[in-house]
Ligand binder design. Structure first.
Ligand code: TA6
Length: 295
């Protein structure tokens, strides 16, 4: 469907469709509570600006915006596997959902907020990525009290159980990484993926080196303090969370990440990762949801 058709069918004063210079179809949600921007490419949210705030999300100045490439920043939808594929290493890291072109299913507007629902059907996924027979729906809404609500729903339409690991891999913008503190994961067991050890830490998380942790068996609300900003990350359907910052050396190794940009971002991800992988039985259904609230 082209942009004119999308605006005719789904557009409104609060939800508008446009085509970017890179050829992506973009959706702008704008209401009395704030604004958000996402693209049908990967159902990828790239901006969330609650009223009176600056952008909560970070996107690299070196990000690619190209077919079958992930956008560096915003909220990548990592699905149907988190990290590397367990048995076929040449399949894309973090799955294929963030690389595909999604379709608009519906737009909703009500006094509490405005949102869009996007759909990715297995038959729309390139066969080279070995799609699972699971219908995937992504909802994003800008709601009152400065809330960005994201819901990833999945329904197994196949005959066999399917193991699904996933993440809403949110890149938060921060003024300076040295001022960042993450609360809510104190004393929670985590896997340090840099050396594959398990540990836990009391006190808030502070970033002073490359950090890549999968927190397990926790449903806690997480909060991010960064100078004058205070942001909450609430989760539903998730018993794991990831905290990641590439720091200096890894930032330099990533072509779509500026060498100094590690100082202006932190990833706090709502996940079904590692032992929190979900098994969808035939006709099985799972929802991974997160709410991002800027205070
Ligand atoms: O969520 C943390 C992580 O798995 C890191 O290990 C790092 O690889 C990051 O995701 C980014 O992955 P990407 O495939 O988007 O470059």
């Amino acid at each position: 469907m082209n942009v004119r058709e999308l605006n005719r069918r789904f557009g409104s004063k609060r939800v508008k469709f446009s085509r970017g210079k890179e050829g992506f179809i973009w959706i702008d949600i704008q209401n009395e509570f704030g604004s958000a921007r996402l693209t049908l490419h990967g159902a990828h949210v790239t901006s969330f600006i609650p009223n009176g705030s600056d952008d909560v999300l970070w996107v690299s100045e070196k990000s690619m915006f190209a077919p079958e490439k992930a956008i560096r920043g915003g909220i990548p939808v990592c699905w149907p596997w988190f990290g590397k594929h367990k048995t076929i290493p040449e399949l894309p890291t973090h799955g294929y959902a963030r690389l595909c072109e999604w379709e608009v299913a519906s737009v909703s507007s009500c006094p509490e907020g405005d949102g869009v629902e996007l759909h990715l059907a297995p038959e729309k996924v390139p066969a080279k990525w070995q799609p699972v027979p699971v219908e995937l729906t992504f909802q994003a809404a800008v709601e009152k009290d400065g809330v960005l609500r994201l819901v990833l729903s999945m329904l197994n339409c196949g005959e066999q159980p399917v193991a699904i690991s996933s993440a809403m891999h949110t890149y938060f913008a921060v003024d300076a990484i040295e001022n960042v503190a993450v609360d809510g994961l104190e004393d929670v067991r985590f896997v340090d993926t840099l050396n594959n050890t398990e540990s836990s830490e009391s006190g808030p998380i502070r970033i002073t080196r490359e950090t890549d942790r999968v927190y397990l068996d926790c449903e806690n609300d997480i909060s991010l303090r960064d100078g004058s900003h205070y942001t909450e990350i609430l989760r539903d359907g998730s018993r794991s969370a990831v905290v990641w910052n590439p720091w200096i050396d890894k930032a330099k190794r990533m072509p779509d990440f500026g060498d100094e940009e590690y100082r202006r971002m932190i990833c706090i991800e709502s996940t079904n990762a590692l032992e929190d992988t979900r098994i969808l039985e035939p006709d099985g259904f799972h929802v991974l949801a997160t709410a991002i609230i800027r205070h």
